[in-house]
Design a protein around this ligand. Structure first.
Ligand SMILES: Nc1ncnc2c1ncn2[C@@H]1O[C@H](COP(=O)(O)OP(=O)(O)OP(=O)(O)O)[C@@H](O)[C@H]1O
Ligand SMILES: [Mg+2]
Length: 304
């Protein structure tokens, strides 16, 4: 399968890939939701995580991805939907999420009450991959409506409406940042309905792959400095010397983009990394780390 080359390159188990192929052949995608099969902007890098997630989904399990910001949870979820060739439904959770925003709301059509189908309903009916983004932002009682959907019953049963069974290809993937402001403790009953994958810290090898993929024209040596900076910050954050605020791959990619159109590397990193912390003391520590990796006098030529 040409489009799964990125998995072969990462040496993802061929046996799993054969099963994925069988899955794809088994489940046709309805014509009207074909446009929901979206190729992600970049591949997800990380063989072990890919294998764990693919195996779980093949066996009919739902997957919960937990990890701090910019660890690739959404990019992984999108890649999984694409790997399995399923239409994807992104469902963002927040404090106001309730059963009607998930399953559907009553509407009046020709003097009749009808259910306007919510994203979980549509996903279930079409055999989609539902991405429950920031699942721990919702109130626990709001998501209890999903219990029967997520366990062996595989149904949606809302009082007053028909009970529907999930399409056999439907799966749900949750993402969460544990302990972030605004998040809630997920209730055990909900967590029990997922296999949980903890997103690992990035390695130099993975980082370089991600940076090169995002910036194919960049100089390898230049990117190495950026990867090094990220690893330094990651280590300091792991040792609790700094917070995880500046450990921001998204910010680093943003910084590299601005270098590409002429901003000096140091200024770019200040915007993408250093300024992510608003604490004067911490900013100084980050500034010191940045100094050792990205010289002040550098111009864009060092990187592109
Ligand atoms: N393993 C990875 N493979 C590919 N890209 C990655 C990986 N880890 C992080 N990234 C990159 O990091 C950026 C952020 O990824 P993503 O939005 O998926 O993170 P997230 O974990 O959902 O973050 P948040 O918790 O802030 O929502 C993207 O540009 C993505 O390409
Ligand atoms: Mg995310």
């Amino acid at each position: 399968m040409r489009d799964l080359e990125f998995l072969e390159e990462q040496k993802v188990s061929p046996a799993l890939l054969r099963e994925v192929e069988r899955f794809r052949e088994a489940y046709e995608v309805p014509e009207d939701v074909k446009n929901r099969i979206v190729k992600p902007p970049i591949p997800f890098y990380g063989r072990e995580i890919l294998e764990m997630a693919i195996a779980a989904l093949l066996q009919g399990e739902n997957v919960l991805l937990s990890g701090s910001k910019a660890t690739g949870k959404n990019i992984l979820a999108e890649n999984l939907a694409f790997i399995f060739r399923r239409p994807s439904y992104n469902i963002s959770f927040n404090v106001n999420t309730d059963s009607s925003s998930l399953i559907g709301t009553d509407t009046f059509v020709e003097n009749e009450v009808r259910l306007r189908k919510g994203p979980v309903y549509q996903c279930a009916a079409k055999g989609g991959f539902g991405i429950f983004d920031e699942i721990n932002m919702a109130k626990n009682d709001a998501v209890s409506v999903l219990h029967a959907t997520l366990d062996y019953r595989r149904i949606i049963d809302v009082p007053g409406y028909d009970k529907i069974e999930l399409h056999p290809a439907a799966r749900f993937i949750g993402t969460m940042n544990y302990g972030y402001a605004g998040t809630k403790e997920l209730n055990e009953a909900l967590v029990s309905r997922f296999l949980v994958i903890d997103m690992p810290p990035l390695t130099e090898e993975t980082l370089m792959l991600i940076l090169k993929k995002n910036f194919p024209k960049a100089k390898e040596e230049g990117l190495r400095h950026f990867a090094g900076l990220f690893l330094d910050l990651q280590l300091k954050a792991q040792n609790s010397e700094i917070s995880t605020k500046p450990m921001d791959l998204r910010g680093m990619i943003g910084a590299l983009k601005t270098i590409q159109i002429g901003i000096s590397p140091r200024k770019a990193v200040t915007m993408g990394i250093t300024n992510k912390s608003f604490d004067m003391f911490e900013k100084e520590i980050i500034g010191d780390i940045v100094m050792t990796r990205i010289p002040e006098e550098w111009t864009g030529d060092e990187v592109f």
